[in-house]
Design a protein around this ligand. Structure first.
Ligand code: SF4
Length: 445
């Protein structure tokens, strides 16, 4: 069976990374990508279980697919990702036209399940923790010069709003040698920038054993080792947990020249009472201390965060503390979420759920505040010259590049993907910058 495939991805970078593997597997089997379900032989939804609207969206999409499946019984429908792991057989109960349900640990068997579904009917593999890292699988990267590299799966924390420990299991760190081999392979393939991925990257290695009497490698060791890979130009990582940000990681960030000046440091709430209810093991003051130490060690670092608005029991005073800390911390950007209970999480059982209209009103206020701060932070860059790695562009058109601080800059001029340029920042918006090309500084190879 060959033909076209359509792949839709929901959720976080971990899912984007898994989607590159799904695309790689399908293309290794002879499939080619398509943007249109009507011309596809295979449609894959790589799902997210974290937000309510993600599963609503999945079942809505599956509903839209039903007439196509009725008209073309050869069409194969695959559901992968966290929702597949969590909902398992319920997916095929709700949408019996789904051919394959494949959990987060079973991706290597995807093609086998697909082929078996043609002769044996619907298939499902949601086996737990059988395959740690699908890194040996082929990948089709969305951005040629950037690679996601999984360093650990699962999480040992138990944040009360989060479904991840349930669907991804406890933390399992990947041996450092395997990670370095993958990074070196990516560099040979033209990759200039990698993002190290884990649910809580700065507890990387705690579950590993060191060889012989040597101590196990930890995240700071990994950062230094990746920094030493010849030919690699930029290193990023996501996400760290504020509680686990040790001084050696901050020191490694400051001393490793390739580690970019950007950190995503999830705050979630500025209220200690809410953080306690969330089972986040830091408080507002310790978060700010951590942020201050990072900013002292890495001047000019850009900071992004996550904030959840309307967690059960959040009062106006709690919310005001979040507004205060967001004003004080001056984040470059923030991913803000309106809390919605996720079945299977502790917080879904909590009484005192905040009415939706109140959550919405608080969310709008927080959004307006962060938009203003983001704008102010970006305006401060006008007149500066920054290094960009070009992600999109060509001859005689408009190009787009990314700064080391993870900001997107648009400019008119010739610049091809994979080229490094210097650009002068001339204008700012809350979510991107505009610039002028100064000079090309380097290109791949
Ligand atoms: Fe979920 Fe908390 Fe683990 Fe992050 S640290 S994956 S929010 S349990």
């Amino acid at each position: 069976m060959t033909g076209r495939y359509l792949l839709r991805t929901f959720g976080c970078q971990m899912n984007e990374h898994d989607s590159e593997r799904i695309a790689g597997l399908l293309e290794a089997d002879g499939f080619t990508p398509s943007g249109d379900a009507a011309e596809a032989e295979v449609v894959v939804f790589n799902t997210c279980a974290i937000r309510e609207n993600a599963d609503n969206r999945l079942y809505g999409n599956l509903g839209h697919l039903k007439p196509l499946k009725d008209a073309n019984p050869r069409l194969r429908v695959i559901v992968a990702g966290c929702l597949a792991q969590k909902d398992q057989g319920r997916i095929q109960e709700r949408a019996p036209w789904v051919d394959v349900v494949v959990g987060t640990h079973a991706l290597p068997g995807l093609l086998d399940l697909l082929h078996r579904s043609e002769t044996e009917g619907p298939q499902m593999d949601v086996s737990e923790f059988t395959e740690l890292f699908p890194s040996a699988l082929p990948a089709r990267r969305d951005v040629a010069h950037h690679g996601w590299v999984s360093i650990a799966v699962g999480c040992d924390n138990a944040c009360s709003f989060c479904i991840v420990p349930l669907v991804r299991g406890p933390q399992l760190s990947r041996p450092m040698g395997d990670i370095l081999a993958e990074v070196e392979g990516l560099v040979r393939d033209g990759v200039l920038e990698v993002t190290l991925l884990g649910q809580n990257v700065n507890t990387y290695g705690r579950d590993l054993k060191g060889p012989g009497s040597r101590r196990r490698p930890l995240f700071a060791d990994l950062l230094r080792a990746v920094n030493d890979v010849d030919g690699l130009r930029r290193v990023r990582f996501t996400s760290p947990h504020p509680h686990d940000f040790t001084p050696d990681v901050i020191e490694a960030m400051a001393s490793c020249q390739k580690v970019c000046e950007h950190i995503h440091l999830p705050l979630q709430s500025g209220s200690d009472a809410v953080l306690k209810g969330m089972q986040r093991s830091y408080r507002a003051a310790t978060y700010m201390e951590c942020l201050g130490a990072i900013r002292d060690a890495v001047p000019g670092i850009a900071v992004s965060t996550d904030v959840i608005v309307g967690f059960p029991g959040e009062t106006q005073e709690d919310f005001q503390r979040t507004l205060d800390i967001v004003e004080e911390a001056r984040f470059d950007s923030a991913f803000m979420f309106q809390y919605s209970p996720r079945p299977g999480t502790r917080a879904a059982q909590f009484e005192e759920q905040v009415p939706k209209a109140v959550v919405r009103e608080r969310f709008d206020r927080l959004l307006a505040l962060q938009e203003r701060v983001s704008m102010e932070r970006n305006r401060a860059l006008i007149g500066q010259t920054v290094e960009l790695l070009i992600e999109a562009g060509g001859r005689g058109g408009r190009a787009q590049g990314r700064t080391r601080t993870n900001k997107i800059v648009h400019f008119d001029g010739d610049a091809e993907p994979g080229v490094f340029v210097d650009a002068l920042i001339t204008a700012a918006q809350a979510h991107h910058l505009t610039g002028e090309l100064v000079r090309e500084t380097a290109r791949a190879g």
